[in-house]
Design a protein. Sequence first.
Lengths: 341, 270
Amino acid sequence: MNEVMLEVIELTTKYITRYNEDVYAVDHVSLKVEAGKSLGIAGESGCGKSTLALSLMGYYFAPLHYTSGEIIIDGKNISGMDPDVVRKTILGTEISYIPQAAMNALNPTRKIINFIEDVYQAHDEYKTKKEIYELAGEVCTILGLPLEVLQKYPVELSGGMKQRTVIAVSVILYPKILIADEPSSALDVTSQKMVIKMLKDLMKDGFIKSMIFITHELPLLYNVTDDIMVMYAGQIVEKASAKDAVFDPLHPYSKGLMGSIIVPESGLRDVKLAAIPGVPPNLKNPPPGCRFAPRCKYNRNECAANVNIRNLEGGRAYRCVLSENELRDYYLKEADQNARK
Amino acid sequence: MLENKEIILSAKGLTKVFGFGRTRTLAVDHVDLDLYKGEVVSIVGESGSGKTTIAKLLLGLINITEGDIYFLGKKRDISSRKKRKEYWKNIQAIFQDPYSSYNIFHKIDAVLLDCIRLRGGGKLPKEKKVELMEEACRFVNLKFAELTNKYPFELSGGQMQRLMIARIFLLKPKILLADEPTSMIDACSRATILDMLMQLRNEIGMTIIFITHDIGLAYYVSDKVFIMEHGKIVESGTADAVILTPREPYTRRLISDVPKIYEEWDLSTV
C-alpha cells in the first residue's frame, strides 16, 4: 500500500446564510488519496463539489464554516487551523488549487512574472528577482510553456494559455496535492486536451504526488482519474474505480448520471440516454434518510431512515438501502425491458 | 429514413462580413445549405468558426452581405416588419443562455400568451387560452398552476429552457434553430431537453438545426452533420459518416480531441 497523501474523516462544513440558516454543503465526507493516485469527484451543479475543494484546503472564510471532521495532509492535521495560518503554511506548499475561472484568477495589470514573485514572497522565501525568474523559467520549460509568457500581461494570452499558466503558477512551490476544480470547462476541446495532458504530465514528472479532479464531465473524468467519487446533495453516494463507476455503477443516482454520457463513438447509438426526473433537494432542509429517495425509481419505506455507506471489497462503497445483488437485478430487468422496446 | 424529401430552407453562397478595412472579418464564407423537412441537422465547429452567425443569418436577425436564403422554394422576403413577423411564425429559436432569453418585466403567462397571439389565437376565449397553456406546460413537465404570476428569473435554468420548449410547442414552427440549447444546463437535465425536442420533431414534423460544439451531442441527435472551420463548411454528410469515418484532417483532429470512454483517448497528439 502506498503512502496516504490526504485523508479526510467525516468532514462536515456549512454555509451560514444571511438569515442565519445552516446549509450543510459537505456532510460527513470521508476520503483517502494515496500517493501517485488521482481522485475524481463528479456530481450535478450545487452538489457540493467545489465547497468540498475549498474545505479540503482549510479555506474557511465566511459564509463557509468548519463544523467537524478531520483533514490530514501527509500526516499533518489541518482541521480547525486559522485560515490565515493555513494560507501561509499549507496552501501552495502542501496543497494547491486551480480555480474554475482561471481567466479571472490573474491580475490584468501585472505581468505573469510579478504574480509569481508574489507567490514566492507570500511564503517567506526571500529570493532575488533574478533567482525567481530562473526558477520560474525552469518550471515553464518542464511544463512546455514558452518563456515569453513570463513577461506578458494576462490579456495577451489565449484562454488555454492562461489556464496553463495558472496551473504552472499553482505548482511552482511543488505542492503534494493539487485540486483542479473544473479546469477545462471554459475551454474548447483542443485547449482542454492540452490542459489535461499538462496535468497528467505533472503527475508523471513528480511535480505533484496526488491530484483531485472535479468536473461534471464524465468522459473527461474517466480518462483523467484512477478513482471516481460521486456526490449528491453534499454526501458521497458512490466510490469506485473509474472503470467500475462509469460502466458498472451501483447507486441509482450514479446509474442515472452515467446514463447521461454522450460521446462521439459508435458504442453510443445502442445506449439509451437516460434522464433523472426531478431536481436536487434544497440543502436548507434536506429530506430525512436517503437524500436521493424522492427522485429514485426504487424508492421504498426504509429509505426514510438513516442510510449508511456500504463498503464492498476492493475499495468500492455506495450509500443505499438495497444490497448489491438487488440493485443489479433491477438494472438487468430494466435493460431487458429497454431492449424489448 | 425520410420519405418526404422536400427542401424547406436553403442557403446559396451565404456570406457575412463584419467590419471593413483592417478589421474586416469574413465570419461566414460562401456557405451552401439544404435543409429537408423533418430532418435534424447539426452545425459543429469550434468557438469563432461562425456557427452562431449562420444562425442569426437564417433567423433574419442580421443582414446578409452576399448570397440568398430560400424558404419553401421561394426567396425569403423580410423587408418589412409585417413580413418578418410572418417569417418568424415558421422559424423559431432556442438560445444558449436561458437567463437572458426572456423579457424580465413580463410574467410567464405573458410569454406564453404572446405565442398564442402569434399563432392567431388572440381572439380565443380565456378558458381556451389557459387550456392551451396548460397543455404546453404539461408537455414539458412543468405545472402551469405554479408558474402563473411568476417572473422568468424565479425559475431555475433547466426550467427556463423547458419553458422555451413550451413556447415552441405552442408556436409549432416549421423550423427550430437550437443554438447550444444544453451547454448551460446540467448533464442530467440535458437528456430531458433532448428527448422533448425529439418528441416535438416526431409530433409536428419540425426541422431542427442544432448549433453546437459538442460533437457527441451532434452525433447522438442528428441525421446530418456539417463541420465548420473559419466560416466555411469543410465536411458534411450523415452523422455516422462524418463522425465515425471523418475525411478532412480538421474533422479528424476535432474528434480526436474529445474524451472517449469506449476507445483509448490518445493524449500524445497535442
